[in-house]
Write a protein that binds this ligand. Structure first.
Ligand SMILES: [Cu+2]
Length: 108
C-alpha cells in the first residue's frame, strides 16, 4: 500500500515538472509586432531605424518600410519588450508606437 502511494506521489511530481516546463516555454515567445514610425521623412531614415532596432538584444528580424512608415520587428519577449523597442527608435530620433499587437488587438 505504501509503495502505491509513493508511486502516485512520484507521478504527481513528474506531471508538475512537465507543466512548469511547458508554462516556461509559453512565457518566452517569439513575437512579431508592427511599429508605426511616422517621423521617417527620407530614404535614409528606415536604415537608421532598422539599425537601432537590431541593436536591441532579443531582436531577430527587422523590416522597415519607408512607404508605410512602419517597422516590422520579430523579437523574443523573454529578452526584450515592446517598450524597449519603442525606446530604441526614440533614442535614434524616431518616435514609434505599436500598430498591431500580436494578440487580438485592433490596428489603430
Ligand atoms: Cu531620413
Amino acid at each position: 500500500m505504501k509503495t502505491l502511494v509513493l508511486a502516485q506521489v512520484k507521478k504527481f511530481i513528474l506531471a508538475s515538472i512537465l507543466v512548469f516546463a511547458f508554462a516556461g516555454a509559453a512565457f518566452a515567445a517569439v513575437r512579431t509586432v508592427t511599429l508605426s514610425v511616422p517621423g521617417m521623412y527620407c530614404e535614409v531614415c528606415p536604415i537608421t531605424v532598422r539599425k537601432a532596432l537590431e541593436k536591441v538584444p532579443g531582436v531577430s528580424r527587422v523590416n522597415v518600410s519607408f512607404e508605410k512608415k512602419e517597422a516590422l520587428v520579430t523579437f523574443d519577449d523573454a529578452s526584450t519588450s515592446i517598450k524597449a523597442l519603442e525606446d530604441a527608435t526614440f533614442e535614434a530620433g524616431y518616435e514609434s508606437t505599436v500598430k498591431a499587437p500580436a494578440k487580438g488587438g485592433q490596428a489603430k
